[in-house]
Design a protein around this ligand. Sequence first.
Ligand code: ZN
Length: 492
Amino acid sequence: MKAFEDLMAHQRETQALAQVAGRLSWDQETMMPRGAANQRGEEMAAMEAVLHARRVDPRVGDWLASVDEAALDEVGRAQLRHIRRSFDRTSKVPARLAAELARVTSVSQGVWAEARANEDFEAFLPTFEQVISLKREEASALADGGDPYDALLDDYEPEATAAMLDEMFGALRPRLVDLRDKILGADHQPISVDGTFPEDGQLRISRELAQAFGYDFARGRIDKAVHPFSSGSGHDVRITTRTAAQDPFNCFYSTIHEVGHAAYEQGIDPAYLLTPLGQGVSMGVHESQSRIYENQLGRSRAFTGFLYGRMRDVFGDFGVPDQDAFYGTVNRVHQGYIRTEADEVQYNLHILLRFDLEREIIAGSIAPKDLPEAWNARFESDFGFKVDKPSNGCLQDVHWPVGLFGYFATYTLGNVYAGCLYEALRKAVPSLDEGLAKGDTSAATGWLRDNLQRHGGLMTPREVVAQACGRDPDEGPLLDYLEAKFSEIYRL
Ligand code: ZN
C-alpha cells in the first residue's frame, strides 16, 4: 500500500499544479493586461516543463510496478488505470518531439489567426506542414504498431476507435441529410429576430440562466471572453460568455452550454477532488452534458416558453409574437459555412466532414497543400453550395492549427450520448416539462448529476453513459429526437 499512497500523493500535487496552470490560461483569456502576453508565455512554458517532468518522473514507473492491484478497491483500481494510461502515453513520446510539438503548435496559432484574417492559406501552409509532420510522428509513436489515428483519438475519447465512429456516423448521415433537405424546402419557416439587445440585459439573463441550470456561483464565476469556455474542476470551475448586440441567443445558449460543462465538473463526487477521477472522463461525455443542457433542455418547447417571458420582461416587445413562434426562432435551421454557428440538425454534418478529412491527413492521403481543394469539394457535396473564402472553409477552426486531431469526433459522439441520456431522463422524470416551463431544471440536472456526473472518471466513457441510460449507447435516440422536434417546428 505504501507504493499506492506515494503514487497518489505525487499525483495529487501534479493535479494541483495542473489546476494552477489552467487558471493562468483562464486569466490570459479574461483579465490579463495586453502587455503581459510574452511574459505569460514564458510563465506558462515554465509550468508546463514542471508538469511534464512530474508526469514522466521515473518514480511513477517504479510505484506502478510495485502496487499490489488485488489489494485495492474499485476506486483505487480506477485511479491506477488512469495513472498507468497517462504515464504510458507520455512515456511513448520522446522528449524532443513533445517539446517541438509544444513550440510549433503555440507559434502556429498566431500564424493561423493572421492567415485567417488575411484569407491567405498559402501564408499558413509552411507552418501547417510542420504541425502535420510532427503530429504524424507523434501518432505513430503513440500507436506503437497500431492505428495512428486511433492513437490520437484515444487522447480525447479513451477506447473509441475510428472504425466504431465511422459506423455510427455512417448511420447518422442519411437521416440527417434527409431531414435537413425537408426542412430547407418546407413552406413554413420560423422568423428570425431583428433588433438590438443591450448588453447589460443579455448578461443579466445569462446569469439567471446559469443559476437556473444549477451552476454554483459559490464555486465558480462568469466573465466575458472572445470564445466561451469552461475551465477548472472541483471547487473552482469558471465559465466565460460573450455578447453580440444583434444576436442575444449567442450569449444565452453559449452560457447554457458552458454551464453544462461546468456543472459536470462541479457535480463530481468531492471525494475524488484533485485525483484522476476528479474530472470529466472524456471529451465526448463532457460534450454530452453541455449539449443536453443547451439543446434538449435549453431549446425545448417548455424552457423556451420561460425564456420568452424573461426576454419580454427585459427587452420589451422584440418582434416575436408568442411562445410558439419563439420556439421556432431559437431552433431555426439556416444555411451557413461555420460549424460553431450551425443549428442542431446540420452541426453533425460539419463534424462528419472534418472527421473524414482529418483521418486522410493523418494517413498521409491528403497533403497539407491540397487541403483547401479537398475541403471545398467535400463541403459543396455535403452542403450544396460553394465555399467563398478560406475563413469560411478550412481555416475556420483553431483545432488543426494547434494540433488537435481526433478531437472533432467527440462533438458528435457527445450529441449521440446526449440523445441517449435525454431518452432515459424523460422516462425517469415524466413531469420534466412542468419544471422547465417555470425555468426550474432541477429535476433534469439532478438526475444527470446522480446518474452520470458524480462518477467522474470511475468508469470508462461508454460504461458511464450505458449505466445511466440502461442501454448501450447508439445514434438512434438522437435521430428520433431530431426528427420529431423539427417535423413539428417545420410542419413536415
Ligand atoms: Zn462544449
